[in-house]
Design a protein around this ligand. Sequence first.
Ligand SMILES: [Zn+2]
Length: 286
Amino acid sequence: MPELPEVEVVRRGLAQRVTDRTITAVRVHHPRAVRRHEAGPADLTARLLGSAITGTGRRGKYLWLTLGDTVESSSALVVHLGMSGQMLLGDVPNDNHLRIAALLDDGTTLSFVDQRTFGGWMIAEMVTVDGTDVPMPVAHIARDPLDPRFDRDSVVTVLRHKHSEIKRQLLNQAVVSGVGNIYADEALWRAKVNGARLASGLPRRKLAELLDAAAAVMTDALDEGGTSFDSLYVNVNGESGYFDRSLDAYGRAGEPCRRCGAVMRREKFMNRSSFYCPRCQPRPRA
Ligand SMILES: [Zn+2]
């Protein structure tokens, strides 16, 4: 599943290539890819036709293109990448998993390819939340650690009042967005915190360190992704991920901790896995 850095790589690629372009044709190849757009495929197509793409946006793992068919931009094309969604620029790909294709006025095609069909496109109205314009489906999503207006100290205060595991709260999109399972484990490892500890039991300075670690690990991943980015295709692959080789915790069960050498462990957590160092990140006492 793509995490924030992967989605941001896609957004940056799109920002360079589609901003100020106008959509001149749209074809929905599979209705499932537009199921979130309740008014249906014909409505989505009609609303995209003739729309100018005025910019790109992202919050957490949510990605959108702002549409300006009138004087003020009031709607957005929200892109759900799901597990395996890709936004491709160039010729129409000869791909069985092509779901939607939009022709732009410079002759390029923006295609949505999705092998597993969990993702899709929808059009949503823009709303202003806490001084920032976001699409309606994103209104309840908290700012992510890379947002210039992310207020770390306020989030620390929220966490101090949460009487549940800190990892569960890192994954809580209403508290802080964009931290998925992989980067939660990486941030916890960097800050030497076991994810099973209660958020409310951690000192403020430790919570601040943890949020800083989350921002740092995603910035590092982004720097790495920026170098491997192919300018022809805006591409995200949820299966392999771009950033695996730089991970210190996730996927490293049985391998030595890169800090202390202890054998890394894996445990079940919220139907997924947690990876941690038992020495650097001791479990809380029962
Ligand atoms: Zn260790």
